[in-house]
Design a binder for this molecule. Structure first.
Ligand code: CP
Ligand code: NVA
Length: 312
């Protein structure tokens, strides 16, 4: 059987989304029960971009499971330049039991997975951020007690985080409305794939250019940076294009009175979100950050304990 990877929530087999969320909750409730789950196993962590949360949660997470991490930063490998992705994948497969990769092009993690004999986990690409979305749905479940029918307003850039939230909504039957300025809508292919997935769960996936319309009646208001990693040259143009999409107290007033505010972080206070909102009791941004740890431990156990995933 080919080894399983975690590249996109869209690829999860039926039942896997909830299996992972339930395992995450068990790990969070009783972490010591999993202290030897990946004893002696090594995780290579490839980063083409900077990170705080992803690096720390994977490194601490694998250690809490009895294993250890090897950090390979942007200067280390020269992925696709000093050495072809195919060779990096095959070399690492001889030494480690899993690979976590944060890359610019999504195709790079796909190629790593194609040639690796061990599981590959997507730690963010320009297209998707699936570990983030899994942690976000766990956070919504904890705060709202349900996911099906939950109304999520995503306001801002139709980026990697928006894409993975759409795929997550499709898995759990949530109703997500993505509000973006013209030209910054989610990728049309991803939108279509998420809508196709949604047929099974009854999820609703909408796109609008009106932030108020998106937020009206929302249980969750979510935003992300206007300038994702790799888009720095467009910063000035983007700040202008997104100016009307700031999540501030005025916009939050359209949401349900018990709505929560979410952000994957890092945030830019005074740009996509005001201090007032992120510091308010509605803000659950640090719960999201904590849940990255629990969810990724579940993903690592699920993948790195599978038969045939133990080459090294
Ligand atoms: N949310 C997130 O992935 O944070 P980092 O970029 O710090 O890893
Ligand atoms: N959309 C952001 C997410 C950072 C965690 C980026 O890609 O930079």
């Amino acid at each position: 059987m080919p080894v399983r990877h975690f590249l996109s929530i869209h690829d999860l087999p039926p039942g896997a989304f909830w299996r992972l969320l339930n395992l995450s909750r068990q790990i969070k409730a009783l972490p010591m029960a999993y202290a030897y789950a990946l004893k002696g196993k090594a995780l290579a962590m490839i980063f083409e971009k900077p990170s705080l949360r992803t690096r720390v949660t994977f490194e601490v997470g694998i250690q809490q499971l009895g294993g250890f991490a090897v950090y390979l930063g942007p200067q280390e490998i020269g992925l696709g330049k000093r050495e072809a992705v195919i060779d990096v994948a095959r070399n690492l497969s001889r030494w480690v039991h899993g690979i976590m990769a944060r890359t610019f092009e999504h195709e790079t993690v796909v190629e790593l997975a194609r040639y690796a004999a061990v599981p590959v986990i997507n730690g963010l690409t320009d297209l998707l951020h699936p570990c983030q979305a899994m942690a976000d749905y766990l956070t919504m479940l904890e705060h709202k007690g349900r996911l099906a029918g939950l109304r999520i307003a995503y306001v801002g850039d139709g980026n990697n985080v928006a894409h993975s939230l759409m795929f997550g909504a499709a898995q759990c039957g949530a109703h997500i409305v993505v509000a973006t300025p013209h030209g910054y809508e989610p990728d049309r292919r991803i939108l279509q794939m998420a809508r196709d997935d949604a047929r099974v769960s009854g999820a609703v996936i909408e796109v609008t250019d009106d932030p108020r319309e998106a937020v009206t009646g929302a249980d969750v208001v979510y935003t992300d940076t206007w300038v994702s990693m790799g888009r720095e040259a467009e910063a000035a143009v983007r700040r202008e294009a997104f100016a009307a999409y700031q999540v501030n107290a005025r916009l939050m007033a359209y949401a349900r009175p018990d709505a929560i505010f979410m952000h994957c972080l890092p945030c830019h206070r005074g740009e996509e979100v005001t201090d007032e909102v992120i510091e308010s009791p509605r803000s659950v941004v640090y719960d999201q950050a904590e849940n990255r740890l629990h969810v990724q431990k579940a993903i690592m156990i699920d993948l790195m304990q599978q038969p045939g995933a133990d080459r090294a």
